[in-house]
Design a protein around this ligand. Structure first.
Ligand SMILES: [Zn+2]
Ligand SMILES: [Zn+2]
Length: 389
């Protein structure tokens, strides 16, 4: 099924501000929230669709790529499993905070099986925030793979309370929900007695409360901090690829689970080589004598210069292939197999000539052997045809 336009999904104009986008998403998210529409598949789909649209439009970079290239432009950029469909847990973990505290599902994330029925006997495990960072690699690093160390700013476990959030180490059973984490409300309605279950707002579903909160983390068990991460970049990465390092993101509240660290790859352009998939392209400009008489020449590659023999009579448009001088495939059946460097030959035609050069050129032009005959022409053009096929 073709996807609806993300702006249309959220009901905003193409030039909507971030605030307008957020507000539009919030409205839809509340309207189609599973807590309000239990067992309603259509509402669930709408809820997911809105989250997917919001995931792209809230991120200036993704939004720009989406505007420019459409849905294809944001595929493989990470987010929710790289556009492979949304999991309810992902949505709550990423945008849970949009609902604020209290309200739906208490605003915590990673409930461990959201929407799987009404039983919420398991206590929530708080999942830390996912961190994102952009890393620029040059072609040599991409070809060979590399390891780099980075400082990553993220939530870390509060060492004063060891992540418990409690100044004296004590946690007490929540008196509102008696430790179950949820409350059952009975309401009289025209249909009779209605029973609804919701997350306990006193303890946010934890079943426990902290009377004496740790002053350093205000009872959260996490504080802003940073860590040094050594990150291994496999060979063959590409612009826009996302490496997800599980558990390297922010620490979760109250000794919950860590979020992920997502590394967005950006490619530093090479001054002379242009990337085309796993091949590299170099545009070589020969002089008329070089192409006519043949020569030895050096061309740049990602690992230094390579010698290349130009045969006498090399035609412009000839493509010379340096096998294995390209980029290794990072994944797939041919993983590790290197692409080639393609050398595109062009011939420089001088635009100004001295008197003597002009005379020499005229003499050259008058010699009959210089004119290509029909069989030479067809030989040259058939070679190009083979290349374009
Ligand atoms: Zn603390
Ligand atoms: Zn409670």
């Amino acid at each position: 099924m073709a996807k609806r336009d993300y702006y249309e999904v959220l009901g905003v104009e193409k030039n909507a501000t971030d605030q307008q986008i957020k507000a539009a998403y919030k409205k839809l998210a509340i309207k189609y929230h599973p807590d309000r529409n239990p067992g309603n598949k259509e509402a669930e789909e709408k809820f997911k669709e809105a989250a997917e649209a919001y995931d792209v439009l809230r991120d200036p970079e993704k939004r720009q790529r989406y505007d420019q290239f459409g849905p294809e432009g944001v595929n493989g950029m990470g987010g929710f499993g790289g556009g492979q469909g949304f999991d309810m847990n992902d949505i709550f973990s990423a945008f849970g905070d949009i609902f604020g505290n209290g309200g739906f599902g208490g605003g915590f994330s990673g409930f461990g099986g959201f929407g799987g029925g009404q039983q919420r006997a398991r206590k929530p495990v708080f999942r830390g925030r996912d961190q994102r960072m952009r890393v620029q690699l040059d072609l040599t690093e991409i070809v060979n793979g590399t390891t780099k160390k980075f400082k990553v700013k993220k939530d870390v476990v509060c060492e004063h309370c060891k992540g418990t959030g409690s100044a004296d180490g004590k946690v007490e059973t929540c008196s509102t929900c008696k430790g179950t984490g949820y409350v059952i409300r009975q309401q009289r309605s025209i249909l009779g007695m209605m029973q609804s279950q919701s997350v306990c707002s006193t303890c946010n579903g934890e079943g426990t409360v902290i009377k004496n909160k740790c002053p350093y983390c205000h009872g959260e068990g996490i504080v802003a901090g940073e860590t040094i991460e050594e990150i291994n970049f496999p060979a063959g990465l590409q612009e826009g690829m996302v490496l997800t390092l599980e558990g390297k993101g922010g620490a979760g509240r109250h000794n919950g689970v860590n979020g992920d660290l997502q590394i967005i790859i950006s490619e530093k352009p090479h001054p002379e080589l242009v990337r085309d998939g796993n091949d590299l392209v170099y545009n070589l400009l020969l002089t008329i004598p070089q192409a006519t008489l043949g020569c030895q020449i050096e061309v740049p590659t990602v690992d230094g210069k390579a010698k290349l023999t130009i045969e006498p009579g090399t035609q412009p448009g000839t493509v010379l292939r340096l096998r294995g001088k390209g980029i290794p495939a990072v994944q797939g059946y041919n993983r590790g197999k290197k692409g080639d460097e393609l050398v595109n030959v062009s011939i420089y035609i001088p635009q100004t000539l001295t008197k003597d050069q002009k005379k020499a050129m005229e003499e050259f032009a008058s010699s009959s052997e210089f004119q290509p005959n029909e069989s030479m022409k067809s030989k040259i053009f058939s070679k190009f045809k083979a290349f374009f096929d």
